[in-house]
Design a protein around this ligand. Structure first.
Ligand SMILES: [Fe+2]
Length: 385
């Protein structure tokens, strides 16, 4: 996150003595990525963050790939994924490559009995159903329908859900997740033509500082293995921090669509970027206003990317028989486009209420066993007249 933020108490000078009221020093920790080159924050703990008491277990949680290579377009019925109580157990990876794991989750319960840290990947969680609070070492972020939560790798967190009917789309990115570079100036500030600005971000707030001793389990994901580590002090013991590396939220409803006289290409919807994929937000907007314009997208060949569209809400103009929570996967190598009739149907329409999230990966995606359970099996023939 290329803006500076701070919470709690920090010493006036970094790497200097910062004493507790009752005596003794706070324990400083640099939290950064890309070695010492990426964005970082400095946090100050009550206790040493290094006190491993025990490594309790290790479990391989790497996704089960069922279809490693495929050219078939597919429709996956995301809401058919069964709900599960536990947050981590409920998360099912459906598509994967060496850059990204994409999954769905329907957790019934808050993550409260342990802490979680993804040491491999930045996490992007899109909240389709549910409200609650993302609780992290660096502060809390309340979330609701339509929020993207961006959690940098290494951040220890828990999640509170207000109810038990929650639906999430998530991506684990093995490259840092940024906002698109073309929308930032050379200092990182979002420019005037950006479809969102710093004011739209939900920054961490209400820093929780727990000076507690006991048994605290942190489940840490590293190289596809989930390790359970036991610590003797509460992981949320930060009294203050500052810097640039922290979780944040952004509501898809705050994305201001870019429209034009004729059809605008998908990059105008771009919201996040990495080295290996982009994320776009398709939001309610006015259609093209050229008198001869065709609002539906043209057929296009995504030769070198796989295109995944997750349908959130509204009537999706370019497709037939699409429901909330459906995903369509258009693999690279072959063209795809509007469903039969959609091209013609769109003429004369002035606006759309569609809401969708698109993830385009530059390397092909493999399908997991969980994806095949949701596959309708016939979507690839849906363009036949
Ligand atoms: Fe497309």
């Amino acid at each position: 996150m290329p803006i500076y933020h701070k919470l709690g108490n920090i010493p006036p000078k970094r790497h200097t003595q910062f004493r507790k009221d009752e005596g003794g020093l706070h324990y400083e920790q640099l939290f950064g990525t890309i070695g010492f080159d990426g964005m970082s924050s400095l946090m100050y703990h009550v206790h040493r963050p290094t006190m491993i008491r025990e490594v309790l277990s290790e479990t391989d949680v790497s996704p089960n790939i069922s279809v490693a290579k495929s050219i078939k377009p597919r429709l996956l019925k995301g809401f058919d994924l069964p709900a599960e109580d536990d947050f981590l157990a409920s998360r099912k990876v459906i598509l994967a490559n060496s850059d990204i794991h994409i999954g769905l989750a329907a957790p019934r319960q808050s993550l409260r009995s342990y802490f979680y840290k993804n040491a491999d990947a930045d996490e992007l969680i899109f909240v389709h159903q549910g409200t609650g609070t993302l609780r992290t070492q660096l502060g809390n972020i309340p979330f609701e329908y339509g929020d993207y939560l961006v959690i940098p790798r290494g951040m220890i967190y828990q999640i509170d859900f207000d109810g038990d009917n929650n639906r999430l789309l998530f991506a684990e990115s093995f490259h840092p997740i940024y906002t698109p570079k073309r929308y930032r100036n050379w200092f990182g500030q979002l420019l005037e033509h950006s479809p969102f600005c710093e004011r739209d971000y939900k920054l961490p707030q209400d820093l929780e500082t727990h000076d507690e001793k006991g048994d605290f389990v942190i489940k840490i994901k590293k190289q596809g293995v989930l390790y359970e580590l036991l610590y003797p002090t509460h992981p949320f013991d930060v009294v203050g921090w500052d810097g640039y590396n922290f979780p944040y939220g952004f509501s898809i409803h705050n994305f201001e669509p870019i429209t034009g006289r004729i059809h605008q290409p998908p990059p105008v919807h771009q919201t996040f970027e990495t080295k290996a994929f982009v994320v776009c937000s398709f939001c309610p907007r006015l259609y093209d206003y050229h008198p001869e314009g065709i609002p539906a997208p043209y057929n296009h060949s995504n030769i070198d990317s796989d295109e995944l569209l997750y349908y959130v809400d509204g009537d999706f103009m370019s497709r037939n028989n699409i429901e909330k929570g459906h995903l369509t996967l258009h693999p690279g190598g072959i063209p795809h486009g509007p469903a039969p009739g959609a091209y013609e149907r769109s003429i004369g329409k002035t606006s759309t209420e569609e809401l969708a999230v698109m993830i385009d990966t530059f390397r092909p995606l493999a399908l997991t066993d969980e994806a095949l359970k949701l596959d309708d099996g016939k979507y690839y023939q849906s363009w036949i007249e």
